[in-house]
Design a protein around this ligand. Structure first.
Ligand SMILES: Nc1nc2c(ncn2[C@@H]2O[C@H](COP(=O)(O)OP(=O)(O)OP(=O)(O)O)[C@@H](O)[C@H]2O)c(=O)[nH]1
Ligand SMILES: [Mg+2]
Length: 430
């Protein structure tokens, strides 16, 4: 929430905010309530105190002030009474609406997009995430800057007059464009580095943890790998992807990637600039869609995440639904869900429930009940070679530095026997 910080840069100002939602005909009231609660969570994540909130029923949106001039006046009184210094709208406001509202309310006004951009900016840690967020912010600002100055230059009027505002605007716009192209170049170098990393994964399959924000992706990552990733009860705790290796019970190796969470109305500039980070999802062999099944709005969250995933991966995605936080549910609810979603997996990442079943299902999805392996044996070790040939459905073999290297398929249940043969080195491939 930059604007308020700009007003008082020296003080550490805790913003007192008022949240505004609008309920249009046909939108269920429970859902409107969830949406404004989520906006409250976002505001708290950004460090603000929620002083109050309102959901206003309207038949249509007011072009000038979004909520209508009368309602805006009422809101002004409320803001004064509760010492509110920032009003946040759940919907996107046009630059003119935001300006008109600020004039009436006498406090700063921002919308959901600006709030999300602000949180991303605060949470970005790596150079890549910082660059990605700055790019999204500037792309968001650019058209708004034009509209703002258009308005001022009209006020100055006069055909052919090039007022100081307009000149300044051009300078500002040019600077922003230059900065945008510099940031894009920088992101390209990050992408190249990522490509190199990707090539070095050596055929080990990649599983991406995806889903709505705060569903427990990082907690699951930690439980599976002991990665020590930041997991917190706040939105957008993770902005950088993190990859860790996991070994399954049958010793197959997989790479697990923790990713940035999705949210309703995720600003499209953010999706655009986070493309490189999100390409980990695009290039994964399997997505585990983590759902917080204890959340009252989990079905809507699932839909939002599914749609965002479709944008990133297209329709041919291999997705497995993982319902997390089952420790919060009573048995009856859990049974109901198991019937309603028969192919989902049920876990508690925090309490480490259902993780073995999860890994087993992942293995099955990735390898079927067979594993593809590469086996290396000293070429003089006739006994080991014979044993390998007995266990493995061989597809190719070659000689390499005094070793026989076999490629082939093995049933999961036989994997342990193969690995226990002395003098035999086994590697899983996809
Ligand atoms: N009760 C319960 N809480 C859980 C479980 N798994 C995660 N949580 C909590 O849910 C909150 C969010 O967890 P994270 O792992 O940070 O969620 P995330 O999906 O990585 O969130 P973002 O990075 O913000 O997208 C934390 O407070 C966790 O402790 C679970 O199995 N049961
Ligand atoms: Mg996370």
């Amino acid at each position: 929430m930059k604007k308020a910080w700009q007003d008082a840069p020296q003080e550490k100002l805790v913003e007192r905010v008022w949240l505004v939602g609008v309920s249009l005909p046909k939108s269920p009231i429970a859902r409107d309530q969830e949406h404004i609660d989520e906006l409250g969570q976002l505001a708290t994540t950004a460090g603000a105190i929620v002083a109050g909130k309102s959901i206003q029923g309207r038949t249509r949106i007011d072009g000038a002030t979004f909520i209508g001039a009368g309602k805006a006046q009422e809101l002004k009184e409320e803001c004064k009474r509760l010492d509110v210094n920032l009003v946040i709208f759940d919907s996107d406001l046009s630059p003119a609406q935001a300006r008109n509202l600020e004039k009436i309310l006498g406090v700063n006004v921002i919308d959901r997009t600006e709030l999300i951009l602000d949180i991303f900016a605060r949470h970005a840690k790596s150079q890549q995430a910082k660059t990605q967020v700055e790019l999204a912010q500037l792309e968001y600002t650019l058209p708004r800057l034009r509209k703002l100055w258009d308005h001022l230059s009209r006020q100055q009027g006069g055909i052919g007059t090039r007022g100081p505002g307009e000149t300044q605007l051009e300078v500002d716009r040019r600077r922003i464009r230059e900065r945008i192209s510099r940031l894009k170049k920088q992101l390209k170098t990050f992408e190249r580095r990522r490509d190199t990393l990707r090539k070095s994964r050596n055929g080990i399959p990649v599983v991406a943890l995806v889903g709505y924000t705060n569903t427990g992706k990082s907690t699951l990552m930690n439980s599976l790998t002991g990665a020590g990733t930041l997991a917190e009860n706040r939105l957008f705790a993770t902005l950088d992807t993190l990859t860790r290796k996991v070994e399954t019970a049958s010793r197959a190796q997989i790479l697990v990637v923790d990713t940035v969470g999705f949210i309703r109305k995720l600003p499209h500039h953010l999706i655009e600039s986070f493309k490189a980070t999100l390409s980990d999802i695009e290039n994964s062999d399997l997505c585990l869609h983590i759902v917080d099944v204890s959340h009252p709005g989990f079905t809507e969250q699932m839909e939002v995440a599914d749609k965002t995933l479709q944008m990133i991966r297209g329709d041919d995605q291999d997705i497995c639904y993982v319902f997390n936080k089952i420790d919060e549910l009573d048995d009856e609810t859990l049974d109901g869900l198991r019937i309603r979603y028969p192919s989902a997996l049920f876990i508690s990442a925090a309490k480490k429930l259902g993780l073995d079943e999860l890994l087993h299902a992942v293995e099955n999805k990735l390898f079927g009940t067979n594993l593809q392996v590469e086996v290396k044996v000293a070429s003089i070790d006739g006994r080991a070679i014979a044993a390998v040939k007995r266990l493995l459905r061989e597809t190719s073999s070659r000689l390499e530095d005094g070793h026989c290297v076999f490629k082939g398929v093995i049933e999961l249940r036989l994997m342990e026997q193969l690995e226990n043969l002395s003098g035999v080195h086994v590697r899983c491939i996809l």
